[in-house]
Write a protein that binds this ligand. Structure first.
Ligand SMILES: [Zn+2]
Length: 147
C-alpha cells in the first residue's frame, strides 16, 4: 500500500473517496472558503476503490444532516470519517436520501415552490442518471441546483 500524507487533524471530519475533480465543489457547497478553521484539500490521490480520488479534511467541524445530503447529491458514495483525538471515531457512507426538503431549487420557473416562500420538496426516482422529482410541479429533473 502506498501511503500519502495530507495534514492530519486532531478533531473534525474527513470526507474521503470523493471522485477526482469534485473536491472544490464540496468546498463550495459547504461554504468552507468562509469557514475560519483549517480545511485541507487533497486532489488526485491514488485510491484502491477509485482510480483517483479527492479528499477534504475539515478541522473542528461536524457536518449536519443537510450538509451530508448536499455532499451525497454531488458526490455519491463518499466515506465520512469523524475524527476524535487523531483517531477515526466513526466511519460511514452517505447516500442520496429518498426525500429531500429545502435542499434543491426546482428548475421549473413556474413551479409554486419558486414563487412562494415555501421550502422545496424532492423525491429521488429510480431513473438513471439521477433524477429528482419535484413534489409541487411533479416534474423530474436531471439537472438541479442546490439551495
Ligand atoms: Zn417544481
Amino acid at each position: 500500500m502506498r501511503a500519502y500524507r495530507v495534514y492530519a487533524i486532531e478533531k473534525g471530519t474527513v470526507i474521503d473517496h470523493i471522485p477526482a475533480g469534485k473536491a472544490l465543489k464540496v468546498v463550495e457547497i459547504l461554504k468552507l472558503d468562509q469557514f475560519n478553521k483549517i480545511v485541507t484539500v487533497g486532489m488526485n490521490l491514488e485510491s484502491k476503490k477509485l482510480v483517483r480520488k479527492d479528499i477534504v479534511k475539515i478541522e473542528n467541524k461536524n457536518l449536519s444532516k443537510q450538509e451530508l445530503n448536499k455532499i451525497a447529491l454531488i458526490a455519491p458514495k463518499v466515506t465520512i470519517n469523524i475524527i476524535k483525538n487523531h483517531k477515526v471515531d466513526e466511519k460511514f457512507k452517505i447516500e442520496i436520501p429518498d426525500f429531500m426538503e429545502n435542499l434543491v431549487i426546482c428548475p421549473n420557473p413556474n413551479c409554486i415552490s419558486r414563487n412562494e416562500p415555501t421550502s422545496s420538496k424532492f423525491y429521488k426516482t429510480k431513473e438513471k442518471p439521477l433524477t429528482l422529482k419535484c413534489h409541487y410541479c411533479e416534474k423530474g429533473f436531471k439537472d438541479f441546483k442546490l439551495k
